[in-house]
Design a protein around this ligand. Structure first.
Ligand SMILES: Cc1cc2nc3c(=O)[nH]c(=O)nc-3n(C[C@H](O)[C@H](O)[C@H](O)COP(=O)(O)OP(=O)(O)OC[C@H]3O[C@@H](n4cnc5c(N)ncnc54)[C@H](O)[C@@H]3O)c2cc1C
Length: 389
């Protein structure tokens, strides 16, 4: 039985980024994952699961040595972000305003994971355990054991990066608060009449937002938020029928499209009551899931990764115990506040915009109208915050 420093359960985007971040500090890391991501090839169609990656997340991925490969595979930059409900109240944010070349990139989740794995596999400090289900987790005073059917692993710390239905969180008996939204999100990959665009946009409608995320070439990812029953109906349509529905409901600025692939996802808000329990710490969706309408979920997870790395790095530099309650609580203190703020902001947007009331409609259009006209210093601060800067 080997002694390790950190056992990370979940090798998705957040688990893999945590593994590299902590291994870079000299810690011996084991990462457990159930599924191997499919290797990349140029001929593959775009995956449905894509994320809008903020500048801050891009910087982290660059630090971890993963960004260059992602960029070489495929990632679509966007320089502008357009939001409106009625055309009269259109607000646009531009990368020039914050002196950046772009506001972010749309990237397939699998490619982020794959590139991080490539780096992790080359790192001497990381051991990858694939396809060995975890059967038990036992906390002891100053260590923690993770059992699979084949082996027992002992370490100082367990990181739960195993997503929204985290097994580790349940084993640590950490409860959650939250709810399911009335809306679901349909992700639709389309071929577009227009060549690659440098804008991502979202139109708010009383039944839910309609969003366009550009992909490389004549491709885009559309997100159709609607009541879950309606989304279930849309999911039954053939690609041709769905193409016709999109032409009817999406704004004309989308141009002609052809549906290539589609899938739908329930929307859940969930927040763990604590991020730390003894020597277990939660990161990413294991700690929080958020309404994706402003594409912040994995970006918040990457901020968790950075905060944990910083808290542990400070402790190592000061010669104190890097896995002490003080260090872990510092991580939680920094992240809980920020995550809660973003979750609440998204709920505010959801509640304000998913509503037919003429008074609220007037208020939100005045809000968007004003957003376009606030002094640039304020608008730029909001934009920089949304980009994670
Ligand atoms: C419709 C939709 C659109 C979204 N769009 C965006 C966006 O534009 N931008 C954005 O920032 N976020 C977005 N998100 C959110 C984003 O997808 C998540 O926040 C992100 O995937 C969370 O990453 P994670 O690594 O924490 O969890 P996951 O992606 O859930 O990864 C968890 C990993 O743990 C593994 N695992 C689970 N259990 C075990 C176990 N017992 N043992 C070993 N391995 C295990 C799983 O196989 C998986 O690989 C969106 C979400 C939805 C639903």
């Amino acid at each position: 039985m080997q002694q390790h420093d950190v056992l990370i359960v979940g090798g998705g985007m957040i688990g893999a980024a945590t593994a590299l971040s902590l291994a870079e500090l000299g810690l011996k890391v084991v990462m457990f994952e159930q599924h191997q991501p499919q290797a990349f090839s140029n001929e593959q169609a775009f995956d449905l699961r894509v994320s809008a990656i903020s500048l801050a997340s891009e910087n982290l991925l660059q630090d971890l040595g993963a960004w260059q490969q992602i960029h070489q595979w495929r990632a679509c930059p966007y320089r502008r972000l357009g939001v409106w409900e009625s055309e009269l109240a259109y607000a646009e944010f531009n990368a020039d305003a914050i002196n950046q070349p772009h506001l972010g990139h749309i990237v397939e989740n699998r490619l982020i994971q794959l590139s991080l794995w490539q780096q992790a596999k080359q790192h001497q400090g990381i051991k990858l355990i694939l396809g060995q289900p975890i059967t038990d987790i036992n906390q002891q005073t100053d260590s923690i054991a993770v059992d699979t059917e084949q082996e027992r692993f002992i370490a100082r710390l367990v990181v739960a990066a195993d997503g929204a239905n985290s097994f580790v969180r349940q084993q640590a008996k950490i409860g959650c608060t939250g709810w399911n939204y009335q809306q679901s999100a349909m992700l639709i990959n389309v071929k577009t009449e227009f060549p690659q665009q440098d804008i991502t946009w979202q139109q708010f409608t009383p039944s839910g937002p309609l969003a366009m995320l550009p992909l490389l070439g004549n491709h885009a990812s559309l997100v159709w938020y609607e009541h879950k029953d309606r989304i279930k109906q849309l999911a039954q349509l053939t690609n041709d029928e769905l193409t016709a529905q999109i032409a009817q409901h999406f704004p004309a600025k989308l141009g002609e499209i052809e549906v290539v692939d589609k899938g739908y996802f329930p929307l859940t808000r969930q927040h763990a009551n604590k991020y730390v329990q003894g020597n277990v710490v939660l990161l990413g969706d294991a700690a929080h899931t958020i309404n994706p309408l402003a594409g912040q979920g994995v970006n918040l997870g990457f901020k968790d990764v950075l905060a944990l790395r910083n808290a542990i790095a400070d402790a190592i530099a000061n010669g104190t115990s890097w896995h002490s309650a003080t260090v872990l609580n510092n991580y939680e203190q920094v992240r809980r506040k920020d995550n809660l703020l973003m979750m609440t902001a998204m709920d505010g947007l959801y509640a304000t915009f998913s509503n037919d009331s003429p008074i609220l409609k007037a208020v939100r259009n005045i809000g968007l109208f004003a957003a376009q006209r606030v002094p640039p210093t304020i608008k730029n601060k909001v934009l920089a915050y949304a980009c994670g800067l």
